[in-house]
Design a protein around this ligand. Structure first.
Ligand SMILES: [Zn+2]
Length: 116
């Protein structure tokens, strides 16, 4: 690979990193998996792993870096997508996170004020 055009590949990787950030941030901050398909992310990850193997075999540094990132980002999205499966933020028609967190803790158990 020519060093003079390698910067194009790394610029594309930087854009890929930036492109994933809003999705990942929303997923983690809001515990919202609206519109995310775990099956699709499994396929994206398998694709990224296969392309990573191919890139390693081809000794292509740009695509090794890109597919390594795609695999890691896909795994992160898949993990949180499964963890927050079925949860939606207010913007996506769900309840506020604080309400969902209270519901997941269950009823508050109180002790009698004056046990005898
Ligand atoms: Zn949302």
């Amino acid at each position: 690979m020519s060093v003079s055009i390698e910067w194009l590949g790394f610029a594309a990787i930087a854009l890929s990193v930036v492109a994933y950030m809003p999705q990942i941030a929303h997923l983690i901050k809001e515990h919202c998996s609206a519109g995310l398909s775990p099956r699709a992310y499994v396929m994206w990850m398998v694709s990224a792993v296969l392309l990573l193997a191919y890139s390693i075999a081809q000794d292509d540094l740009v695509f090794v870096a890109l597919q390594s990132y795609q695999t890691a980002a896909g795994a992160l999205v898949l993990f949180f997508c499964l963890r927050y499966k079925g949860q939606r933020c207010e913007a996506h028609g769900g309840e506020p996170l604080s309400h969902r967190l209270k519901q997941s803790q269950g009823p508050v158990l109180t002790q009698p004020a004056n046990p005898s």
